[in-house]
Design a protein around this ligand. Structure first.
Ligand code: SAM
Ligand code: DTB
Ligand code: SF4
Length: 320
């Protein structure tokens, strides 16, 4: 298969908008003929007080964002939320923790493994996002039943140091390597609206295109400006830039789930419809992301119904 580099991604991105989304739609229909959207529920299992200085994040301890720091949620509470998510139609459950990362030696990591073992019995895809991983921690997560690991590149290698200084872009790649070696699917994407250029977004996508195997899912987050963070005053992302990025991602990574992620509550229904047309086929579903607001479930059901989009049935990726 042709592997896109920055130049070929930029050439796609610069095509007339309707030509670009027309091609993305054709690629989408070829690989995803069901015309469905996957619903994923997010839960922050450990909120706030994070040692990292990611300048977009409400959970960083470096900024005074007013967020209440919490300890790891108890297993029964997580399990009950996962059961509700499944009952509400989610086929993927993603647990996020505000940590720099975990090692197999952490006591809290053992609790996470136990939680994953229970959640994985519910038959949903199980995703976790716990920051950096050692190869052994990755292996243990896979063994416990994690099907996909979310670890975003967030932006281009060049722009990354302007957004985060407490870890490097290479650290992110090393964790992704551990995830792949452990046999988990990789969920990896980024955020737009941080002050980066459109080139930065495509350079990030070029790195994703080099992954082997290709990422199973690609979340595209629009910055939700968080009070107290250095990016609190960033202007909103232009909808056509978002649509172009989704379309190019769909063409470059045809088999990936492209997840229209954070920031949907800042988009119009028409804007979201264009994103689905351009190839987005997954959303975070439920009133809350990790700490930020998301559209209500009723509004999401109404929108999908109006667009005649189906909802993906559970077909969990079996960790073999
Ligand atoms: N701590 C882990 C990590 O950094 O990988 C997992 C949780 S972290 C909150 C997951 C992702 O959420 C980030 O990589 C970023 O893409 C996204 N995110 C965080 N804050 C955001 C915000 N204010 N707006 C949009 N996306 C955000
Ligand atoms: C991802 O790419 N987006 C999700 C998930 N992976 C973990 C997180 C979005 C967080 C939005 C800001 C918040 O809720 O604090
Ligand atoms: Fe911590 Fe993740 Fe937020 Fe960065 S994005 S501050 S690592 S929770």
């Amino acid at each position: 298969m042709f592997r896109h580099d920055f130049a070929s991604l930029r050439a796609l991105y610069d095509r007339p908008l309707f030509d670009l989304i027309g091609e993305a739609r054709a690629v989408y229909l070829q690989h995803w003929p069901q015309n469905e959207v996957q619903l994923c529920t997010l839960l922050s299992i450990k909120t706030g007080g994070c040692s990292e200085d990611c300048s977009y994040c409400a959970q960083s301890a470096h900024y005074d964002t007013g967020l209440q720091k919490e300890t790891l949620l108890p297993l029964p509470q997580i399990l009950a939320t996962a059961e509700r998510a499944r009952a509400n139609g989610s086929t993927r459950f993603c647990m996020g923790a505000a940590w720099r990362g975990v090692t197999e030696k952490d006591a809290k990591f053992q609790t996470v493994l136990e939680t994953v073992r229970e959640v994985s019995k519910l038959g949903m895809e199980v995703c976790v996002t716990l920051g950096s991983l050692t190869p052994e921690a990755a292996r243990q997560l896979r063994e416990a039943g994690v099907t996909a690991y979310n670890h975003n590149l967030d932006t281009s290698p060049d722009f990354y140091p302007q957004i985060v200084t407490t870890h490097t872009f290479q650290d992110r790649l090393d964790t992704i390597d551990s995830v792949q070696k452990a046999g988990m699917a990789v969920c990896c994407g980024g955020i737009i609206g941080l002050g980066e250029t459109e080139d930065d977004r495509l350079k990030m996508l070029a790195v994703l295109c080099g992954f082997d195997p290709a990422p199973e899912s690609v979340p595209i987050n629009c910055l939700m400006p968080m009070e107290g963070t250095p990016l609190a005053e960033q202007p909103p992302v232009d909808i056509f830039q978002l649509v172009r990025l989704i379309a190019v991602t769909r063409i470059a990574l045809p088999k990936a789930r492209v997840r229209l992620s954070a920031g949907r509550s800042l988009l119009t229904r028409e804007g979201q419809a264009l994103c689905f047309y351009a190839g987005a086929n997954s959303i975070f579903y439920g009133d809350k992301l990790l700490t930020a607001a998301n559209p209500g479930t009723d509004a999401d059901h109404a929108l999908l119904k109006e667009l005649n989009l189906g909802i993906t049935e559970p077909t969990p990726l079996v960790a073999s």
